[in-house]
Write a protein that binds this ligand. Sequence first.
Ligand code: NOJ
Length: 587
Amino acid sequence: MADRSDARRTVTGPVAAPRRPAADEWWRHAVVYQIYPRSFADSDGDGIGDLPGITAHLPALADLGVDAIWLSPFYVSPQADAGYDVADYRRVDPLFGTLADFDALLAGAHELGLKVIVDLVPNHSSSAHPWFVDALAAAPGSPQRDRYIFRDGKGPGGSEPPNNWESVFGGSAWTRTAGADGTPGQWYLHLFAPEQPDFNWGSAEVQEEFESVLRFWLDRGVDGFRVDVAHGLAKAPGLPDHHVDPRLGAMGFEPPTAKDARAHLDGAGAEPTPTDGQMGPMWDQNEVHEIYRRWRKVVGEYGHERILVAEAWVQPLSRLANYVRADEMHQAFNFTFLETPWYAPILQDVVTRSLQLNNRVGAPTTWVLSNHDVVRHPSRFGLADAEQPKPQQGIGLGDPQPDAALGSKRGRAATLVMLGLPGSAYLYQGEELGLPEHTTLPDDARQDPTWLRSQHTRRGRDGCRVPIPWVADAPALGFSPTGESWLPQPESFRALARDRQAGDPDSTLALYRDAIALRRHYALGAGTLEWLTHPGGRVVAFRNGDVTVMINMSGHEVPLPPGEVILASLPLKDDGALPADVAVWLV
Ligand code: NOJ
């Protein structure tokens, strides 16, 4: 039996004193649930989820207790990148339904008290967008081409790409055009797939068009926008070559590793002095901020309750904080937190810096562990550090496989830390069921362009996009009435189906529901964090208002501090001990 000793306050005191949210600033402390429409619920049986499917299941989300939903793209699209290639920003793709279906979804959500955030994809359109079709047909130097980034090639006959930039999905970021007679012409830039040409954000027409798109959805009643690739819209003047830092991930982002921990511990890991463009000439250029200042004004015309959320893979955190200055976006996803390894000093450091830096600009911090681009967190935490793939690389047959039991245990504990922190939390559909990544998805079923474009060296993101299980004994686990499913579901999803978890107080679903309810009851989202020290070491413990949150990352059991345990990530024995890889909330 472990000794029961007190957690003690550190001398550092509160690291964040966020201003108390005004009644209409729901987003400062909200729990937002990400819906990936094609994998949520399929009402018409074609194997792809749709808007009526979402509407039908909204009560399950209200019951979970979330404040808002964010919908990944459902707009008209050839689906070259699962809808992040938009051909019409104001229409719903028939795959997902109609505009009337969207209006019904919005009304249904609002009736249940759920806010609705939609995805906005401004860095690029689909190559099927009428503007790009016109640009290809138009001459070099024409106004049609000026909406995108066309350049002459280098070398003899312009046969080499204009610079050395690589696409995030692999291969060159440039594709050469050809005239009707096959004569090779200029090149166009696509930071992602060739079917996703980058807009020229220097073009007044592009700027006006997106302000109009914002208004279109605001007029319909949406509560906000998640802004795709928010750090990519402006490129360095002259499009200079990229001197690639091999440590950086695909989107110019270097996640902290356990090795970095040593540096953090001896002080060498302090926040570096941030500079413009340090992630490369295509990412995080200062000019992006002008765009968001204009958008903030547009959104502000609709009141204080509508928000902009940046998807910006930007580091260091002080650069990320620039996106949430008072006259820019309201929130930015905290991917540094998402990629924090299972190592207490780094976790504490990342949380501290996130709160301090956002606090400086008066913005709430967001917390996120999973989304449609990264290996689901229970599977990440089931891998040894040395086996961790880069975030969007995926896991497949032949790769080291996660320890499912360890991952599930750590995943639940990490969730209690996230939901115990002040600020706003983003959940990804299926994490409330404890879904793991599908790590044995047959490679021939893969649809993420990453797999093809990386010449089959990076498996990509299909493993976290598998349709979610609703009913264990129904076709496609209740995802679709016909049993069709655009990606095959693993057998492990059956036991995790929502109906199997519904009445089980020890289920992951119950844990999420309880955590969200207690978080609201104790107003943790609007709270203040104060670090505690714990004699056990390698334990992260903090106080948020009346609640103590503690996670044991030490590898062995440690004593619980005094107080009543109101929530534990796994059932505890009554011996005053906190087992390894378990988190608790106490009052
Ligand atoms: C980020 C989105 O989350 C991802 O799914 C997409 O592939 C890229 N942006 C390109 O739009």
